[in-house]
Ligand binder design. Sequence first.
Ligand SMILES: [Mn+2]
Length: 435
Amino acid sequence: MVSTHYPAHVRERQKTTEAALAAEGFEALVISSGKPFTYYSDDQDAPFKSTPHFAHWVPLAGPDHLLVVAVAKKPKLVRVAPEDYWYEQAPLGDPFWRNEYDFVEVGEAAKAWKSFSVTPRTAYVGEHVEAAKAAGFAAAAINPPKLLARLDWERAYKSAYEIACLGQATERAAKGHHAARKAFENGASELEIHHLYLEAVGCVERELPYESIVALDEKGATLHYQSKRPVKNGRTLLIDVGAPHLGYGSDITRTWTTTKADETFRELQCGVDALQQRLCALAKPGIPYLDLHVAAHREIADLLKTLGLTKLGGMEAVERGVTRPFFPHGVGHFLGIQVHDVGGRQTEPVGGTKAPPTQYPYLRTTRKVEERQVFTIEPGVYFVPMLLREPRSGPDRELFDWKTIDRLTPFGGVRIEDNVAVTKNGVQNLTRPHI
Ligand SMILES: [Mn+2]
């Protein structure tokens, strides 16, 4: 049960926040849950997302709530619940998290800002900068970069509660993925597959952790393909979509083929699926995340050679750049409240970033693998005409079998993505037990 882990999660937040505050010379912290984002020159808002530092504490949705954390005090949670007939104001009920807080409910945001006192050593984190100034926060105490970096750093180490939330999110997404696969095999269109996914998961589109990618055939080669075409009877499906749970989200990709797909492409799908599981088995505390990325390139090099797409395998192929046009993204990223969760390149608690090697600019994680991190492992092989143009006429063009590559291009690409939580000696795969 997710809720049984929650009190320990709050105790841990209290401890890490107190340490971060002490290190930066503060004694208290106020975090707001966020502001609606209104489109320019419009009266329509974007789907609301909570301030991640607020969501890290409590799964209370909606804008304007405040959380007050002070050293050696029970945290105070001020819920803003205005009377409103435009939008439903669902009653709070008795959520499992409520008793962990000194809980207060007010009818308007202005009252929330009067429910605590501000000292020169109270910090504020959030978007309500003007309200914070008016409430008496010192300019240097509003979103202090080093304090934010410390809070981000801690977000990389998931509590048992967070891992349980991510487990639920992946289990929920798996239901959708099963429905999507069945629909694909029955000839459904991208649009239909998308809707059947939502139906099986039981949510609407704006609740997804990120916009779904439902790509039939050649569209699988567009990494962030967003259209939902009505065209039916695809031969391959690449589907990359997660599900939400209490503010956390999963991020899962599967590629499926029908018997109408080219036999070599079907072998490629099996090969990527197998090498993805070998990469999961490699992940353990102490290794640099970059090693997983390089291992993915080496595995892909061998697979491409085995299938006759290239003539060179192993590290030699990787070093000559043979795999890069086929695998042009990073092998994974941190996962949590945000789908590309913070801190993947952070070097120390007070900040600093480690850039990836120049040949892998899109690698989002350059940190060492450590226990309690949660990240994705998502190797892929794609046929992207734009990326194949240069090697086709370059000095190494003889290393590729262009005839086979051109034959497979109409099938798009393969990506297999699981969510894993790092344990003492390896990883727990949150996705595979369900899909
Ligand atoms: Mn991903």
